[in-house]
Design a protein around this ligand. Structure first.
Ligand SMILES: [Zn+2]
Length: 122
């Protein structure tokens, strides 16, 4: 099974300054990026065919979502899952990655692949 590549993300300093983020808030966001990368690196080694691994993979979904909410709050944004951009970046996720437009702007809901180990119904 082919996996999604794990990318490194850096805080957009210009945007962070515009949003008036404090150094502490910037540091926290940077830490969340690191945590997500670690979660994805571990995730890449898991086997959805194994029950224990699958349990861990499914747990990841909640953890990633919590981190996305945390980032929205750090950016001073209201919690809104349609603006979440990490949920489908997990290496084992088979859901399509759309362009950067939020789903809300497009009036769409998430496209979930039925066989995705993270989000599918299987
Ligand atoms: Zn998925």
């Amino acid at each position: 099974m082919s996996q999604k590549p794990i990318k490194s993300y850096k805080l957009n300093e210009g945007l962070a300054d515009k949003a008036g983020l404090s150094p502490a808030q910037k540091e926290e966001i940077t830490k969340i990026y690191d945590t997500l990368r670690q979660i994805f690196e571990v995730g890449a080694t898991l086997d959805p065919e194994k029950e224990d691994d699958l349990t861990m993979i499914r747990k990841t979904v909640e953890v990633v979502e919590a981190l996305e909410f945390k980032m929205q709050s750090l950016w001073g944004l209201p919690p809104n899952t349609t603006y979440h951009t990490w949920w489908n970046k997990h290496p084992l996720c088979t859901c399509p990655v759309e362009d950067s437009l939020s789903l809300e702007e497009k009036g769409e809901s998430r496209r979930i692949m039925w066989d995705c180990p993270l989000h599918g119904a299987a």
